[in-house]
Ligand binder design. Structure first.
Ligand code: HEM
Length: 515
């Protein structure tokens, strides 16, 4: 029997398709599963349209503003990278990130889609394997090891200062890429023992590949596919990395993997040689002393350790490079913009630097005495936390503050949305380092500020990042004042497709303080 003009088999297919969509729509709606409020997902598409329209930062802001501190999210047919529930309640954050950290150990990533050797890095590995690796790597970032890297960082800073002097003399402006040249030089020497001078060698393969890896935008076809069809990208990656337009991220992963292995081979064959970089430290990390670690790190360092394999060292080399270069680069771009647009705050910071350092070179110990610098950086990372959100997945059924969370649930923690909540930070758009005086900090819940994440799975490179950012800011302000110019976009607008990046390059000028 035909239904109107359609043959009956087509009618059957249509009815089954519609019923399947309705079934999937309801079974994928996490509001019902968790009994929590949340935005209404579109059939099959979940929240994807909203996300594409508003960008990740505004998506998280809108969701927390509208639905409160514990919200259900539904991903539809896509990989569930948004998470199943999103929490901003401080008690729940404490449970998930610290108290029940052994339940919420892993990130919300899919082991089947990770690309080798990044899948063997501390960022990606799971469960017991992560605990062993994190414990093994923790002493490589200790204060003692960082003190040995201080001279390398200062050398990179001095190279940048010489270049900035030329710009100042010529009255030339520059964009935020300039900080990337510094953070690139720092990570190349501290991680791999390779001196690059990226400002004067912009075509160096390290520079080119790091730029590609740092420009992860949904407008890039490979990144788009990685988000929406990750399994397909993994399957096709050996072919895609040779296709123009798809080479970007995949090609740079391959480059850093191969480079790390080649450098390791040289190290292993060399009879002698004294290297102070992470590559060398990783070779002996499992035997390192833990005496100069902080109390929380000592706890982590007590977990079982094991020698790292070549693939694991290569995977970590890539992750240190990617995590270390772009994050500090972007944070410096935002911080220098904020200082240039707030001359009174910049002046107070210059005064502190002059008073404490009296013109001396900054060191690990002296930068820690600069309290106002710490306040400025903290406030800059509150406004622009480059790790916009983090997540954890439950490895067993558990209950958090009365909410039953089944095994496999992905919990999202929207750092940017927490930092921009007017109830936590009145007038949140305002740059105000006074929010981070010791007195103001003591009044606030510690879970309301987490640019480096929180708990045992927080950022392993935090101290290195803070050290290099403090050294370069001190060096810049010992020599120059930062200025806006006609090309500076004020106010700064964030990109929608490229989360936590400025829509336009941040263009500034410097004027020499002593001429
Ligand atoms: C301004 C600079 C930086 C910021 C804002 C930043 C932020 C973050 C955040 C938010 C996380 C996730 C933490 C969590 O899930 O709780 C993270 C993880 C990580 N970061 Fe950073 N990061 C920075 C610099 C660095 C540097 C310089 C390195 C390495 C040299 C680094 C290496 C890592 C690694 C390896 C992880 C994964 C740790 C694990 O899973 O055990 N980061 N970072």
């Amino acid at each position: 029997m035909d239904f109107f003009f359609l043959p009956s088999w087509v009618v059957v297919v249509l009815v089954v398709a519609v019923l399947t969509i309705i079934y999937l729509h309801y079974s994928w709606d996490n509001r019902r599963k968790f009994g929590l409020p949340g935005p209404t997902p579109l059939p099959l598409l979940g929240h994807m349209v909203d996300l594409m329209k508003n960008g990740l930062c505004d998506f998280d802001l809108n969701v927390t503003k509208t639905y409160g501190n514990t919200v259900a999210l539904s991903s539809g047919m896509f990989f569930n990278f948004l998470g199943d529930i999103m929490i901003t309640d401080p008690e729940m954050l404490k449970e998930v990130m610290v108290k029940q950290a052994s339940v919420f150990t892993d990130r919300n990533t899919d082991p089947d889609i990770e690309i080798s050797p990044v899948d063997k890095s501390v960022f990606a590995v799971r469960g017991e394997q992560w605990k062993q690796m994190r414990s093994t790597l923790t002493p490589t970032f200790s204060s003692g090891k960082l003190r040995h890297m201080e001279a390398m960082i200062l050398k990179c800073a001095n190279t940048l200062i010489e270049n900035l002097k030329k710009k100042a003399k010529a009255g030339e402006s520059f964009d935020n890429k300039i900080w990337g040249w510094f953070t690139m030089d720092v990570i190349c020497t501290t991680a791999f023992g390779v001196e690059v001078d990226s400002l004067n060698n912009p075509n160096h393969p390290f520079v080119k590949n790091a730029e590609k890896a740092n420009n992860i935008s949904l407008a890039d076809p490979v990144v788009f596919l990685m988000f929406f069809a990750p399994r397909l990208v993994k399957k096709l990656s050996p072919i895609l990395r040779h296709v123009p337009g798809f080479r970007g991220v995949l090609g740079s992963f391959q480059f850093f993997g191969e480079t790390t292995k080649a450098l390791l081979d040289v190290r292993k064959q060399a009879q002698e040689g004294h290297y102070n970089d992470f590559l060398q430290l990783m070779l002996t990390a499992h035997t390192m002393s833990t005496s100069d670690l902080g109390d929380d790190e000592k706890e982590v360092a007590k977990w079982k350790k094991k020698a790292l394999t070549t693939d694991e060292i290569a995977g970590n080399g890539i992750i240190f490079f990617i995590a270390g270069f772009g994050t500090a680069n972007d944070t410096l771009g935002f911080t220098t913009y904020l200082l240039a647009t707030h001359p009174e705050i910049q002046q107070r910071l210059i005064q502190e630097i002059d008073d404490v350092l009296q013109g001396a070179e900054p060191t690990y110990d002296t930068v820690s005495k600069l309290g106002y610098l710490e306040q400025v950086l903290n406030e800059s990372m509150r406004l622009y936390p480059v790790g916009i959100r983090v997540d954890r997945v439950a490895n067993q059924d558990t209950t958090v503050n009365g909410l039953f969370i089944p095994k496999g649930t992905a919990v999202a923690i929207p750092i940017y949305a927490i930092h921009m909540d007017p109830e936590k930070y009145p007038d949140p758009e305002k740059f105000d380092p006074e929010r981070f005086t010791p007195e103001e900090k003591a009044k606030r819940n510690p879970y309301w500020y987490m640019p480096f994440g929180v708990g045992p799975r927080n950022c392993i490179g935090m101290r290195l990042a803070l050290l290099e950012m403090k050294i370069i800011i001190v060096k810049v302000l010992q020599n120059f004042t930062l200025k806006t110019c006609a090309e500076t976009q004020v106010p700064l607008v964030l990109s929608k497709s490229n989360p936590m990046k400025p829509e336009k390059p941040i263009i500034l000028k410097v004027e020499e303080r002593f001429v």
